[in-house]
Design a protein around this ligand. Sequence first.
Ligand code: 13P
Ligand code: SF4
Length: 311
Amino acid sequence: MEDLARRVREKAREKGAVILAHNYQRPEVQDVADFVGDSLELSIKAMETEAKTIVFAGVDFMVEQAAILNPGKTILTPEPSSICPMAWQLDPPIVGEYRKKHPNTPLVVYVNSFAEVKSMADYVVTSSSASKLVSKLDAEKILFGPDRNLASYVAETTGKEVVAVPLNSYCPVHIGITKEKVLSVKERIPDAKVLVHPECPVETRKIADFVGSTSQIIKAAGEINAKRFIIGTENGVVHRINKLYPGKEAYPVSEDTICPNMKKITLEKVYRSLVSNEVVVKVDEKIAEKARAVLERSFELLGVEVPWRRK
Ligand code: 13P
Ligand code: SF4
């Protein structure tokens, strides 16, 4: 493994490629990456890098977003079958249907969606930026999708009316993080603080000490004055916390809180992708242009500087 990791780093250096990895990636993939983060941080890194090639260890919508933001660069996925099932639950006909039913209502889409859906939206957010952006909008009612759980979290935290688009989309991993499972771990570790992702069901969020994106959870574990934490998101985050803070202990809600698609990417596949220059992810330029404008508007509202504006 160490030898393979060294070869990955050498190949990346030789090619002038940057490796970006999501917090849910396998530990050995995280360890060879130039940067590991949540969806928003990875998008920002993808925009800022000077590298001509980006190898993106993440699911389909994340890699596609890097391609939308970098029209002149080569964006590689080590495993094209690594998909996010939630992103597939919102398609353009559903967007059209809700737009017609709710005219003059802003549509905010979750980053876990595809380019065409993003191109039809008013704004794009991640789990770390959703409430902040929606609270800035001059509208008391918004359309939000996919993910009915993040939609209800945005409603709770902003006090606005949020219509979930479609009504019942969800993440198959986070839906399994139930209140009962969390309480049964808490029974074993009563002093543990509960940190959860907003994709979890509302009943789970209600008993949590902290709700945030994957990177916000990691940061919170470092900052909260406690030793033990129960982590209500994919178990890659448990690994990161235990590695980053040797004096602290992170526990999963269940050993099988795993996103199988994220775990399809292996070190071997990252290496093969660098050597073969495959698989290149491309987005139809007309759709990408529209989606990019929506992303740019969203970043501006959030106060994130868009690097190409600086040049
Ligand atoms: P983050 O933006 O919090 O990393 O979330 C991405 C995701 O897919 C959560 O399941
Ligand atoms: Fe998609 Fe859920 Fe996996 Fe996140 S954890 S990538 S939302 S399936």
